[in-house]
Design a protein around this ligand. Structure first.
Ligand code: GDP
Ligand code: IMO
Ligand code: MG
Length: 433
């Protein structure tokens, strides 16, 4: 079975942990969009790994990891990550490949990201300043430079020259030297070229040979360029459609869709967050959930579980099941709120409004649940959860409309409840391996 694992909120749902945990059931793990704006944290026996561009399956030595055409690749960041893994005993040789059609992030993209944010002033997006947006802009404008272009130095020279000179005109005080950019690119290109593949073809051949694939999403549904809270979004399709376009596979290659969601809500960067808590409770969630960005270290904004947002994620992605993470962060709370609808003026709505200004005007409608005293941290069987924690999970499933096949109770691999009955009915085939 091939499974897509993606975020159904505003990113940082715990995709890295879930992908790592499920990887032993697959032969390949493929990322389909984003870049090193992602920060996917995996803990193995207390050792922390943060994967940015490289799929979170890489820690399993048997598995082949692929970076699809839908990504924007900063070659420097890529090799920093490869080297970091190497220092930690993870060898990626012969099992990490990059699509020839993926676009490159070049130094001027980072400059343009910063400039664009500065120009927006108070309306800034709060990007990760990695050059992600400007690199995708070039892709769409058909002037981007792709990984495969590294194989043709002559054409590359012309492209780099045109792009750098155009950028220098755009950024008035920029005197970036295209020779330097080209030199760096050719140098790093030598190291990158042996890893370059036709990823779509590799996936096709793997599927024909009976191998199974996990498609790993970055960011989350509400950060999707089309379906997110535009313009406060990232510049790629984090939602399910991105799997097909970002890897070159047909829709029937996706046999199941698992949405990762936190038992509450977080967001990093600007843009509306209806359930945001600016009070002590928000601080409590940030502290006990250690809600600081894995990439930028920025504090994440925290709030209660927003079922309107997750239901939207269910609809956009056709989720078969949820992986519910960070339940343990709610341990010890007396009362927990669940947002089931929004109030806007005199109206109550149960679907996400398309317009960001409308969303910003929405007030959450809450229902309360009692908390639990006994910790859920590290619990591995659903029946071992405190009764109120079980009731909370059941209520989330009910208001979201999709069952939780996995419940995560800590950051380590082992701190997870695998609900075989739900996996069997909703993700049948996942247990086969
Ligand atoms: P991703 O971007 O979706 O992979 O998520 P991040 O790695 O950015 O953020 C999730 C954070 O929560 C990481 O620090 C994880 O180690 C941590 N985490 C994941 N699952 C759990 C859980 O069930 N409980 C707790 N306490 N932490 C978790
Ligand atoms: P993972 O994969 C959370 C947010 C940024 C900003 C917006 C645009 O770890 O869940 P960008 O640099 O992409 O142009 O920034 O998107 N953002 C993320 N938020 N998790 C992420 O990735 C994110 N990647 C980007 O904070 O609001
Ligand atoms: Mg993250």
């Amino acid at each position: 079975m091939n499974l897509a694992v993606l975020g159904a909120q505003w990113g940082d749902e715990g995709k890295g942990k879930i992908v790592d945990l499920l990887t032993p059931r697959f032969d390949l793990v493929a990322r389909y969009q984003g870049g090193h704006n992602a920060g996917h944290t995996v803990y193995v026996n207390g050792v922390k790994f943060v994967l940015r561009l490289i799929p979170s399956g890489i820690l399993h030595s048997r598995v082949v990891c692929l970076i699809g055409n839908g990504l924007v690749v900063d070659p420097q960041a890529f090799f920093t990550e490869v080297d970091e893994l190497g220092r930690n005993g993870i060898n990626v040789e012969n099992r990490l490949f990059v699509s020839d059609k993926a676009h490159l992030i070049l130094p001027y993209h980072r400059d343009l990201d910063l400039l664009s944010e500065a120009r927006r002033g108070e309306r800034k997006i709060g990007t990760t300043s990695r050059g992600i947006g400007p690199a995708y802009e070039d892709k769409i404008a058909r002037r981007g430079i792709r990984v495969g272009d590294l194989a043709d130095p002559k054409a590359l020279e012309q492209n780099v020259k045109d792009n750098v000179l155009a950028r220098n005109r755009l950024v008035h005080d920029s005197t970036m030297d295209w020779h330097v950019v080209l030199g760096q690119l050719l140098e790093i290109g030598k190291r990158l070229q042996p890893l370059v593949r036709d990823v779509s073809l590799m996936l096709h051949d793997a599927a024909r040979a009976g191998k199974s694939i996990l498609f790993e999403g970055a960011q989350g549904t509400l950060l999707d360029i089309d379906h997110g809270t535009y313009p406060y979004v990232t510049s790629s399709n984090a939602t399910i459609g991105g799997v097909c376009t970002g890897l070159g596979v047909g829709p029937r290659a996706i046999h199941g869709v698992l949405g990762v969601v936190k038992a509450y809500t977080t967001r990093v960067g600007e843009g509306p967050l209806p359930t945001e808590l600016s009070d002590d409770m928000g601080k409590r969630l940030r502290d006990s959930g250690n809600e600081y960005g894995a990439v930028t270290g920025r504090p994440r904004r925290c709030g209660w579980y927003d079922a309107v947002a997750v239901r939207y994620g269910v609809r956009i992605n056709g989720l078969d099941a949820l992986a519910l993470t960070k339940l343990d962060v709610l341990d010890g709370l007396e009362q927990i709120e669940i947002c089931t609808a929004y109030r806007i003026g005199a109206r109550t709505i149960t679907d996400m409004p398309s317009d960001v200004a409308q969303l910003a005007a929405c007030q959450p409608v809450y229902e309360s649940m009692p908390g639990w005293d006994r910790p859920t941290k590290g619990v591995r069987r659903f029946d071992d959860l405190p009764e109120n924690a079980r009731r909370y999970v059941a209520r989330l499933e009910k208001v979201t409309g999709v069952p939780a096949a996995l419940v995560s109770t800590g950051s380590d691999r082992d701190e997870t409840i695998l609900r075989d009955d739900i996996i069997g009915t909703r993700l049948s085939g996942l247990h086969l391996k």
